[in-house]
Design a protein around this ligand. Structure first.
Ligand SMILES: Cc1cc2nc3c(=O)[nH]c(=O)nc-3n(C[C@H](O)[C@H](O)[C@H](O)COP(=O)(O)OP(=O)(O)OC[C@H]3O[C@@H](n4cnc5c(N)ncnc54)[C@H](O)[C@@H]3O)c2cc1C
Length: 469
């Protein structure tokens, strides 16, 4: 019987535990302990149900193109719950000169699939529109100039479309997802599909227009009752006695006796450790095990603060049609983004209600980290009101702080991760999971955790067949 410790019960640790439970049910000889420091499982995934509102405190959806979260949901019997975003009304605004300006239809991040829609939009100057049109004609030049090395998102976007597109769409979009600085974020780590398109076709617009998939499906997918249901269903499929809450792992060591994992309650021996705590925590727990891993795991991380407001009567708080808005860095607003939740997804509000979510990142989030819920909610309401007009009294308010929750994949990230993976694979029985390494999105985390769990079980059983169980 192999003993496996999973450290951290966010979606990565849970997906690993779920996969191991599945393998154990199919005969793999495994005994698992999932150590979770807090009182609840799910980590950044949390859905609050209150007064008929379905309020996401962390992720509200996954990118449809990546199938791994949907596959897991279907496996967990949630096929009927899987629902797309309301893409018929998809529109995203950007705060430009204190006003919300609609992004043109048919954009895939900062790349327009439909150049006519882009031309018809008021968002860009004539020079930026020309830069978009010229990008297709520059395909060969762009393909040949594609660098062998990693570069920043800013350099990449600038090369294709120029400064204005970077400032108006590139920077706010990437900050909205990663809470980060486009001049530091690694394009290969955070925009890999675009890098591949550049390598193959040169022009990103040309590549997207050629891809039928880009035009077909909705961009985001979620669960009708919220992302928390994915967590609840995984928990239900994991043996209860595998899970320990309020069990913060305080040290880890590795030696001839295998892995030792220590909490306030004592020390236990394991054959393998699946480290799914946030990268900062993982780094400090593992640096005594191998001092060379620590420098490879050190990275900046951005904090996030979310404040959601549910209103009983949408008519009393009209918002523009669409999914919400982004705020470019340097704007006169503390917000990073706002989501019109009831317009983005069905069934998020009681009949006739309105749900708006404010999202803070970067320095504003750091400052709000020190404020109480009431103060944070007041700041969020004030910042929303400056953009959308006066807010009525909300029926429901939910505030969440996620300190250092969005690791920043800086230029060179992929090479660093390659070295880290080599180093870690030399330590028999250690697996790194979670959002610090190979993707921050829920689908990537689910896929990587399940693959690692299968590999781990196969290795510990010495049976190739375990992978197929
Ligand atoms: C506000 C916000 C919105 C987001 N929106 C989206 C989205 O729409 N779509 C999307 O795909 N992704 C989104 N993301 C990213 C995604 O949600 C995260 O990358 C993902 O949930 C992280 O999961 P994880 O398991 O790696 O880490 P976490 O969820 O951080 O889980 C780590 C767990 O480890 C525990 N822990 C910490 N220290 C210890 C210890 N010493 N011992 C034991 N346990 C420990 C923690 O308590 C926590 O439960 C969003 C992120 C944020 C912050």
């Amino acid at each position: 019987m192999k003993r496996v410790a999973i450290v951290g019960g966010g979606v990565a640790g849970l997906a690993a535990a779920y996969e191991l439970a599945r393998l154990a049910r199919n005969g793999a000889s495994l005994q698992v302990v999932l150590f979770e420091a807090s009182t609840r499982l799910g980590g950044i995934i949390e859905t609050v149900h209150e007064g008929g509102f379905v309020i996401e405190c962390g992720p509200d959806a996954w990118v449809t193109e990546k199938p791994w979260a949907r596959e897991l949901a279907e496996e967990l019997g949630l096929g009927n719950e899987v629902m797309p975003s309301n893409d018929a009304t998809r529109k995203t605004y950007v705060l430009v000169d204190k006003k919300l300006q609609a992004m043109p239809d048919g954009m895939r991040m900062m790349v327009p699939v439909d150049l006519d829609a882009m031309d018809a939009s008021d968002m860009f100057s004539a020079a930026a529109k020309l830069a978009y049109h010229e990008e297709m004609g520059r395909a060969e030049e762009l393909r040949e100039a594609a660098p062998d090395q990693d570069e920043s998102v800013a350099e990449f976007v600038r090369r294709h479309f120029g400064d204005e597109v970077l400032a108006k769409i590139g920077a706010p979009l990437l900050s909205g997802v990663f809470g980060g600085d486009v001049t530091k974020l690694s394009v290969r780590a955070v925009m890999a599909p675009f890098v591949a398109m550049e390598r193959e076709r040169g022009s990103l617009i040309g590549a997207l227009q050629a891809s039928v998939a880009a035009k077909r499906h909705s961009v985001f997918t979620t669960l009708r009752s919220g992302m928390g249901t994915l967590v609840d269903r995984m928990i239900a499929a994991i043996p209860e006695d595998w899970v320990r809450l309020l069990a913060e792992v305080r040290f880890i060591s590795y030696g001839e006796e295998g892995w030792l994992v220590g909490t306030a309650r004592g020390v236990e021996r394991f054959d393998a450790v699946m480290m799914a705590a946030p990268v900062d925590v993982a780094c400090s727990l593992l640096s005594p095990v191998d001092p060379e891993v620590a420098p490879l795991m050190e990275m900046d991380a951005s904090s996030a603060v979310v404040a959601a407001f549910g209103f009983p009567d949408a008519a009393k708080f009209p918002v523009p049609p669409g999914f919400g808005f982004l705020v470019p860095p340097g704007s006169d607003s503390l917000l990073l983004a706002g989501t019109f939740v009831d317009q983005k997804f069905e069934d998020r509000v009681p009949q006739g209600g309105r749900l708006v979510r404010a999202f803070f990142g970067g320095k504003a989030a750091e400052r709000l980290m020190r404020c109480g819920n009431d103060e944070t909610a007041a700041v969020a309401r004030m910042e929303l009101a400056r953009i959308l007009g006066p807010l009525p009294e909300p029926q429901v308010t939910v505030v969440r702080r996620w300190p250092r929750s969005l690791p920043q994949y800086a230029v060179g990230h992929l090479e660093r991760m390659k070295k880290l993976d080599e180093r870690v694979s030399a330590l028999d029985g250690l697996w790194l999971l979670g959002n610090g390494y190979h993707g921050v999105g829920v689908p990537d985390l689910v896929r990587d955790a399940r693959v690692a769990a299968r590999r781990m079980a196969r290795k510990s059983e010495g049976l190739a067949e375990v992978a197929e169980l």
